[in-house]
Design a binder for this molecule. Structure first.
Ligand SMILES: [Zn+2]
Length: 303
């Protein structure tokens, strides 16, 4: 009887020890797992934040890319007299199979796929851009004379862009108050400010023109002409050969004008085009963007 009791006690102790060990093991496992899960959750959240930051930085990089493309296209239009790289080519993605399939099972697939797509797009655009610049460089080397004859600076000294008034496009007529297309770019300046030829060429006209007042027109060859209006004095004569940057007139407010300014036009094969694309020897990328903004935002022209 006492032996039985003794056996029971030993068994109970063993059981208790086993149960305690089991409980300890389960607790340890559960605790370890939850710690691991917590760690993974923290890591996941950090990765998500990082992806969001990357996505934003990629957007910024793509904005810069788009500026470069715009400038390149304008250079193309001007220099190569060719069409700019088409939007279709620039924005084409990767065709064929779904390259992002493997990513789509992720919880945050949208963000990850989006960042990957942006990176792919940027890589492709960088490659295209580099090819495009190679062509431009090649062109520059072979067309020095033509380059000298392309309008490429502003008609007055305007380094701080303070004189940039109204640009090319639909504007309110300063006299009649109606909407009208403005075919040139206005630069405000004091009467008597030196006006410069924006490229090499020959002066073909120094005359009063209806609305434009005293006007100088230069033929640059290669299909380009420039016109400088509302002047107060001519400093060049018909038939004179001029170099880029040479003084040709002084500014004024003659003709239909609401204040002293130079109205400047670039004519390409008979069409008045936007002069803002023809300052590339004067302005770096940053100033170029600035002048585009300034010229676009001014609703009021001086005529
Ligand atoms: Zn004007």
């Amino acid at each position: 009887m006492s032996e039985n009791k003794h056996k029971l006690t030993v068994r109970r102790v063993l059981w208790t020890v086993m149960l305690m060990a089991l409980a300890a093991a389960v607790t340890y496992l559960l605790f370890g797992t939850s710690r691991k899960i917590r760690h993974l959750q923290q890591e996941n959240s950090a990765l998500l934040t990082q992806y969001t930051i990357l996505s934003r930085r990629l957007d910024e990089a793509m904005d810069v890319m788009s500026d470069i493309q715009q400038r390149d296209d304008n250079l193309y239009r001007v220099l190569l007299m060719a069409d700019p790289v088409s939007d279709k080519i620039r924005s084409a993605g990767y065709g064929g199979t779904n390259r992002y399939e493997a990513l789509e099972s992720l919880d945050d697939a949208g963000l990850v796929v989006n960042v990957t797509q942006k990176m792919d797009m940027l890589t492709k655009q960088l490659y295209l851009q580099s090819e495009s610049f190679n062509q431009v460089v090649g062109f520059f080397k072979n067309h020095e004379d033509m380059l000298n004859h392309l309008p490429a600076i502003q008609p007055i000294s305007n380094n701080d862009l303070k004189h940039t008034a109204s640009g090319y496009g639909s504007r309110i007529d300063p006299v009649y108050g109606t909407v009208r297309f403005h075919f040139g770019m206005d630069f405000t300046c004091d009467i008597g400010t030196p006006v410069f030829a924006t490229a090499d060429g020959t002066v073909v006209s120094t005359d009063w023109e209806q609305g434009y007042g005293m006007t100088v027109e230069i033929d640059h060859g290669y299909g380009y002409r420039t016109r400088y209006c509302h002047l107060s004095s001519y400093r060049s004569r018909v038939g004179q050969k001029v170099k880029r940057g040479e003084l040709i007139a002084l500014s004024g407010s003659t003709g239909k004008s609401t204040g002293p300014h130079v109205h400047y036009e670039v004519v390409q094969r008979g069409q008045k085009v936007n002069p803002v694309n023809f300052y590339f020897m004067d302005l770096d990328a940053e100033h170029y963007e600035q002048i585009v903004r300034l010229a676009e935002n001014h609703g009021r022209m001086l005529d």
